[in-house]
Design a protein. Structure first.
Length: 323
């Protein structure tokens, strides 16, 4: 029977789907690449999450026929080496999109209404927080969306339908029809978006050209009452510049689910900023999303092992020259 190596925990529904399809699951004892390279030997498939998969692990898995990326971002997988070896990589571009979009809205609300601070105040018996200034009502405000893929569009939909927010989009590749359908306006530039937005929500993939999309200059362009939300990739933001802007009160706050280094080191300046609401990269970690993501991984693995072309290939050209 074929074997699928599970690098990090996935929803039991995915393991059950594999078993029903005649595939045995082998669970990694640790998610570091040295361990993976030792334990993946002989496996036909692999499911990995944010640990990714490096060239050494791929070389050790001489029987590997498919790499399943549990989620959207594939920057932790050595896709170039996978292509050289003829190993198709699949991903799950829609499985957790709704959950991540809801989380972006949750972070926006948490910052605007100072939810963590309010919770701490009640527990400490400090009811005078309600007299403090600085809380923001979101109705009618402008949401600036940097990137307008599936998650960005879902976030925009919630913001417009739930809060009556004006939508401003900077995404050079987004078609006009998508903006029109969402009721959004196209910003002429990132700078134009930043100067108008009350909430800036990031939804770009990580590439060399998107790293530090938000740096010191971009933060300086934002309103002092604005909120930055990042549920995409930590490297889109210059963390040191953001921490300084928060410390100096140059923006109102930030809601961050992702960091350039995860877990964030204890000396990361953002951890000391009370104006930041932080989460440990759990935007797509609802039970609903985890179940659907694991099932999409399992179904596509079964497709590949049966010789069927899966629906979500990261590098479609590899399929016709696969192992």
């Amino acid at each position: 029977m074929p074997t699928c190596f599970i690098v990090q925990p996935v929803h039991p529904a995915g393991l059950e789907r594999l078993r029903d399809g005649g595939v045995i699951a082998r669970i990694a004892t640790a998610a570091d690449m040295a361990t993976i390279a030792r334990e993946i030997i002989g496996c036909d498939a692999v499911i990995t999450r944010n640990a990714g998969l490096d060239a050494t692990a791929m070389d050790a898995a001489t029987a590997l026929k498919v790499i399943a990326n549990h989620g959207v971002g594939t920057n932790k997988i050595d896709l170039t080496h996978a292509a050289v070896l003829g190993i198709p990589t699949i991903f799950t571009p829609t499985a957790n999109a709704r959950s991540v979009a809801e989380h972006a809205i949750a972070l926006m609300l948490a910052v605007a209404r100072r939810v963590p601070e309010a919770d701490a105040a009640v527990r400490a018996g400090n009811w005078d927080l309600r007299y403090a200034p600085g809380m923001l009502e979101l109705h009618g405000k402008t949401m600036g969306l940097v990137g307008f893929g599936t998650i960005g569009r879902m976030t925009a939909q919630i913001a417009r339908a739930g809060f009556g927010m004006r939508l401003l989009v900077w995404s050079p590749g987004a078609p006009d029809a998508a903006l029109a359908e969402a009721g959004a306006e196209r910003a002429t530039s990132l700078d134009a978006l930043l100067r108008q937005a009350d909430v800036v929500s990031l939804h770009r993939p990580l590439r060399p050209d998107t790293r530090n999309t938000i740096g010191a200059a971009e933060l300086a362009a934002m309103k002092p009452t604005a909120i930055l939300v990042n549920t995409a990739r930590g490297e889109l933001v210059d963390g040191a510049a953001l921490a300084l802007a928060l410390r100096e009160g140059r923006i109102a706050g930030a809601g961050l689910d992702v960091f350039a280094v995860e877990p964030a080191p204890v000396d990361d300046a953002l951890l000391a900023e009370p104006r930041a609401v932080l989460a440990p990269h759990l935007g797509g970690a609802t039970d609903d999303a985890l179940r659907e993501t694991a099932l999409q991984c399992a179904d596509q693995i079964l497709d590949v092992l049966a010789g069927r072309r899966p629906p979500h290939l990261v590098q479609p050209d590899v399929w016709d020259r696969r192992r």
